[in-house]
Write a protein that binds this ligand. Structure first.
Ligand code: NAP
Length: 330
């Protein structure tokens, strides 16, 4: 990898990774803003302000989530009340939605996201899913007949242009398999800096982790706790007996065990909680470690995806099955 892991000066000392392409420091534990069901702008803004106060500096949003606007407002307020001095202290990620994943629509979509966020630049802009849909239609779930195969070359070139224009410091992808990453790497002038995917003790992504490491791509975990309570996740991670046992022995929560384990895998992590106590305890993972024995036990947990990507499967294509979506990595 180009970057390096470093202790940071942020209040709770969240270690950071320096993205080689931009030199920007990405805090390795970030704050997710996708609530399911959505909770509205005011609650989202309040949660983000609390998170900034507690020491989170990395925020993950997407045009799909409807959280760009409250995040933008929270950033302005955080500066106004002195929680941070400037936007430059934050690392902000947003994502390109499927209906904008067409060469000529990428730049306008990024400009819209920046307007929502009231920012001049993003730190990281990601292709949300490796599939396109009919332009001009913003709905989720996407109708089966609206899916289209993505023109990877045209979309990636437009992403590169966004970075060249300085509107985003880095670019990357999300929900890409090793095969699809390989396809992008084959023609990319600027390689993806990040691949954001589901990763937790029940879906450890060993193959993808190795592929990303070998190719200098930082893997970022979403649903590190299994996204309990959301429409895309389940309680299987937080209810896992082995994780409960390890948590009990160490006097930690199951969530802390999951986050610490992910951190020890040399990846970055996004975790979402809009509850102040849970936000705080999710940060408390950097001054202790798991034993080798615990790590081995976790690594031996039988594997299965929680977030199957079923919403991106269509009988009209381009992906008729989850096998095709993930290129057999299931
Ligand atoms: P997650 O962080 O694994 O789980 C979030 C859920 O766990 C929420 O219901 C939260 O509820 C609960 N929770 C948080 N901390 C807890 C704790 N200490 N103990 C018990 N429950 C806890 O899943 P996620 O939200 O799916 O993933 C994180 C972020 O990744 C998202 O918010 C989003 O920004 C991003 N993401 C990206 C994609 C993609 O396709 N690229 C997909 C999914 C997510 P409370 O809020 O009530 O605490």
């Amino acid at each position: 990898m180009d970057g390096c892991l470093e202790a940071s000066l942020s209040p709770l000392s969240i270690p950071e990774y320096v993205l080689g392409c931009s030199g920007r420091r990405m805090p390795l534990l970030g704050f997710g803003t996708a609530a399911s069901p959505p909770v509205g702008s005011q609650l989202t803004k309040t949660a983000i302000l609390q998170a900034i106060e507690l020491g989170y500096r990395h925020f993950d949003t997407a045009s799909l989530y409807g959280t760009e606007q409250p995040l933008g407002e929270a950033i302005l307020e955080a500066i106004a009340v002195g929680l941070i001095k400037s936007r430059d202290e934050l690392f902000i990620t947003s994502k390109l939605w499927c209906s904008d994943a067409h060469g000529e629509l990428v730049l306008p979509a990024l400009r819209r996201s920046l307007k929502n966020l009231r920012l001049e630049y993003l730190d990281l802009y990601l292709i949300h899913w490796p599939v396109s849909s009919k332009p001009g239609i913003y709905e989720f779930p996407i109708k089966q007949e609206d899916f289209l195969a993505m023109d990877f070359k045209a979309v990636w070139k437009a992403m590169e242009d966004c970075q060249r224009l300085g509107l985003t410091k880095s670019i990357g992808v999300s929900n890409f398999s090793c095969k699809k990453l390989g396809d992008i790497l084959a023609f990319a002038k600027i390689p993806p800096a990040v691949n954001q995917v589901e990763l937790n003790p029940l879906w450890q992504q060993k193959k993808l982790r190795e592929f990303c490491k070998a190719n200098g791509i930082l893997l970022t975990a979403y649903a590190p706790l299994g996204a309990q309570g959301t429409i895309w996740g389940s309680n299987r991670v937080l209810e896992c007996e082995l994780l409960k046992e390890i948590a009990k022995q160490k006097g930690k929560t199951v969530a802390q065990i999951c986050l610490r384990w992910a951190y020890e895998q040399g990846i970055s992590i996004l975790v979402k909680s809009f509850n102040k106590d849970r936000m705080k305890s999710n940060l408390e993972i950097f001054n202790w470690s798991l034993s080798q024995e615990d790590v081995k036990k976790i690594n031996d947990i039988p594997q299965s995806r929680l977030c199957s990507g079923q919403d991106y499967i269509s009988k009209y294509g381009p992906f008729n099955t989850t096998q095709e979506l993930w290129d057999g990595e299931i």
